[in-house]
Write a new protein. Sequence first.
Length: 238
Amino acid sequence: MLKMTKTISFVFLALVMFIVPLAGCGADSEPIDINFDLNQDAEGWAGGFTDLPVEYEQDSYQLDYGYVDSPLGGKALMLSSMNRSDDTFMFIKKQLTSADGLSPNTAYLVTIEVTFASNAPAGAVGIGGPPGEAVYVKVGASAIEPSPVDDNGFYTLTVDKGSQSEGGRDAVVVGNVAKLVNDDFETYELKTLANQDNPLEVTTDADGNMWIFAGTDSGFEGLTTLYYTEVNITLEAK
């Protein structure tokens, strides 16, 4: 009987030693949620423009970016451009680091939810395409910083975002800027889009860094002005 008791005790101790490390692994793999309320602060986000000539004329393209008052109240990151190239990409970006809980050289599934104010009505007619449905919203993530680079006199992006309605290696299309309620250009509405059904897989660099970006790839050859108010990010280690 004593021998049986010792055997049971040994098996129990072995199970405890096995289960405790597993519990620790589960805690380490909990998703990381990072939320940016841009109504309160710019939170270090920056803006940029690509897919246009390096020597563009500002009077023609009307590029504009800033942390300004939102037409719906509060503050927002404003991006605006006249799409003379029929392909202008305007975007916001932010670097995440180990201070945000990211680990070095780690693969994550990345979900990005972005909220912005748009005045483009659904079903409207525009040059090159409608001002709502032809302005495609993309979210992206990469270990490489998404920045404009001079490619034979034309600004392209350092990461692969795809072209207009098509995503790329580092970005996916999540919708467009068409409003859901009002059918006029005078009223702004908030719209929220996310890639929860199509997460991006990104590996951090050796320091645990990753870049997040969101923007619009436009086929509408007119003026688009958007106000970004919120970005929510979820990262799940693979």
